[in-house]
Design a protein around this ligand. Sequence first.
Ligand code: NAI
Length: 331
Amino acid sequence: AKEPVRVLVTGAAGQIGYALVPMIARGVMLGADQPVILHMLDIPPAAEALNGVKMELVDAAFPLLKGIVASTDAAEACKGVNVAVMVGGFPRKEGMERKDVMAKNVSIYKSQASALEQHAAPNCKVLVVANPANTNALILKEFAPSIPEKNISCLTRLDHNRALGQISERLSVQVSDVKNVIIWGNHSSSQYPDVNHATVKTPSGDKSVRELVADDAWLNGEFISTVQQRGAAIIKARKLSSALSAASSACDHIRDWVLGTPEGTWVSMGVYSDGSYNVPAGIIYSFPVTCKDGEWKIVQGLPIDDASRQKMDATAAELVEEKALAYSCLA
Ligand code: NAI
């Protein structure tokens, strides 16, 4: 039998946490034959709710779930974890300045970086979900210098999956037959959902999405804005932000990272930029990646047209600015 993998979920008493922990315990993240031990962290005001989630996990009698650690102490929660999904954070409240929200999250991610660095298992893979996801991940990387930068990522897979969903709806094809969209840049409305390389599997072979949709105005306009604004549309409809889709996409992100992407398919992940595609180095930027043997690699050599270039640069500029804002909060 396989040894259990320890998976940390921070903010586990929150909305996404509530959707995510049963998925992990069911094997959605790491496979139906992989036992897991769930580590859940939240803050003291949420301790009672966190204990309620723990009770429900016990009550669900998940065969793969070999243990539960529920704690409000970061050191205890991080002990020996192999995968860390960072969902906990400080949400923007009405009337708050962007800088104030940034300051709160920078201080959270700085201290959790140290907790992970000191207590997580070697080679722990980290996924930051909490917003501002890219910049929280960057702060985590900067303050956990002993964690390899290739092990720190942020979630843009939800945006990627939203793009697949929009194409599938538009063409009335199975979403599983659509692949190779790209989310470039920030997990914010400046992101660039790019369909220029996306294809659909058809009985007569793979066809390009641009060819099949045959409506550039839609692809260059409404498609992009729908994906960029989807988070806001969900809040408007549900009065709560996306949770089940965020949780499911977080599972997709880790599963593909650990178990590999299918041949010929790439996914989007926020990773530390090495300057590929002339994106500034030193920011966490979403790129197309393939994964194998537990490592991601940026897909190289895709042709980039002028319109795409502009959008890729604009979202990079926003991330450079967020980085400066984050550093000004530390000073
Ligand atoms: P929520 O407010 O329901 O849950 C957040 C939880 O984090 C709360 O239980 C809170 O007590 C906890 N928390 C706060 N500070 C903490 C700390 N220092 N350590 C541990 N836990 C802490 O929020 P929800 O809806 O679950 O969303 C969580 C985050 O995910 C938000 O920042 C949201 O903006 C972000 N998000 C990101 C998406 C992405 O695609 N990257 C998609 C959807 C949401």
